[in-house]
Design a protein around this ligand. Structure first.
Ligand code: PMP
Length: 392
């Protein structure tokens, strides 16, 4: 009989010559289960997605309830659908009053595309500034603003008028000028290996944007929905962006993304031309129902307030001569080793011992630690014991 692994290699498009190839039959909470019953602690949450744990009962209940009412009805923005409007209202309630209008899409990269188009349309300008080592997605617009030439070179030409500046480099803010439509920054850089902007830098960035009539777009696709110990990572910085972008953890395991702005800015998508941004499936009612349940779990439970303590526990436990540094923003952590060659066998050994982790797209000497936010302190201790046992 042909195995699922054989089918995976023969008929499913591959993105590398070395896929992880773990076969998973079932997932629950922080655990993934293989067909042979082997259990893995998921220390990366499907890359920052399963923040409330796999198959949280409130999320699956919301999905089932919506499945029994309706699935897709109509392209985005034509029909009033209760899961969409309830979620839009709930999202706006988590944000400053100027961010009161939500456009739903299906993924992170689509949310970035929408945000870029919105900034161009609203400002009437075309130039974009983003950051070295930033990651915003894989579609053409998002790829254009990504800060890694390695992943872009084969796909040029990309969007013109894009400049990359250095995070926390105040001099580079001088590149923001009257032609700049938007500056796009991850509130915490994820794929760069958890790199954190200085508060003063973000404050100066927003001033430079305002002085030049450029919009500030914060990419909270990885850092939002509680990941860093605040509902949105930008809350800690005392800055308010013009557009915020979310996805990943937002859907509690279902695909959904959003770009959120003011009604005034967002209104430009509705005229000259009308239908300025359209999508068939954006804000799928089942995904919206799952997202609303996820938002309620995070808002009503006391998970977010415990994140800093959990983050500190990882910092205290993961002490070893081979770990050179740990960078953390809540439960977004990067444990740095000397090189990929040192790290890769450790990751392989950890998987063998039942802890799933990986490295970062632009930072392959650092181990990604981004567990479901519901992980307990005991589970953190078990995970760290296993990781440490792989270092010796
Ligand atoms: N922005 C950031 C900060 C991300 O981490 C990601 C995904 N890793 C994206 C955008 C793209 O999201 P998606 O994969 O859903 O398109």
């Amino acid at each position: 009989m042909i195995t699922n692994r054989q089918l995976f290699l023969s008929h499913q498009a591959q993105t590398s010559d070395a896929p992880l190839m773990l076969e998973i039959e079932r997932a629950e909470g922080i655990y993934l289960y293989a067909p042979n019953g082997k259990k893995y602690i998921d220390l990366i949450s499907g890359i920052g997605v399963s923040s409330v744990g796999h198959r949280h009962p409130a999320v699956t209940a919301a999905i089932k309830e919506q499945v029994d009412k309706y699935l897709h009805l109509m392209v985005y923005g034509e029909i009033v659908q209760s899961p969409q409007v309830k979620l839009a209202k709930a999202l706006c309630e988590t944000l400053p009053s100027s961010l009161d209008n939500v456009y739903f899409v299906n993924s992170g990269t689509e949310a970035i595309e929408g945000a870029i188009k919105l900034a161009k349309r609203y400002t009437g300008k075309a130039e974009l500034i983003s950051f070295e080592n930033s990651y915003h997605g894989s579609s053409h617009g998002a790829l254009s603003i990504n800060g890694s030439e390695f992943f872009k070179q084969a796909y040029r030409p990309l969007l013109p008028g894009v400049r990359h500046i250095r995070l926390n480099n105040f001099e580079d803010l001088a590149f923001i000028n009257a032609q700049t439509a938007a500056v796009i920054v991850e509130t915490v850089q994820g794929e760069a290996g958890v790199r954190i902007p200085q508060t003063e830098f973000l404050k100066s960035l927003i001033v430079a944007c305002k002085e030049n009539g450029a919009l500030l777009i914060l990419d909270e696709i990885q850092s939002g929905f509680g990941r860093t110990g605040a509902f949105w990572a930008f809350e800690k910085y005392g800055v308010v962006p013009d557009i915020i972008v979310a996805a990943k953890g937002m859907g509690g395991g279902m695909p959904i993304g959003a770009f959120i702005s003011s009604k005034e800015i967002m209104g430009t998508l509705a005229h000259s031309p009308y239908l300025g941004h359209i999508t068939t499936f954006g804000g799928h009612p089942v995904s919206c129902a799952a997202s609303l349940a996820t938002l309620s779990i995070l808002k009503d439970g006391n998970y977010i307030e415990k994140i800093e303590r959990k983050s500190q526990l990882f910092m205290q436990l993961l002490i070893h001569p081979k770990i050179k540094e740990i960078r953390n923003a809540g439960l977004m952590l990067a444990a740095e080793f000397d090189s990929y060659e040192v790290l890769k066998p450790i990751i392989d050994a950890a998987i063998e011992k039942g802890v799933l982790t990986d490295w970062f797209l632009y930072c392959n000497n650092s181990m990604r630690i981004a567990p479901p936010l519901v992980i307990t302190e005991d589970e953190i201790k078990t995970s760290c014991d296993i990781i440490l046992s792989c270092l010796n």
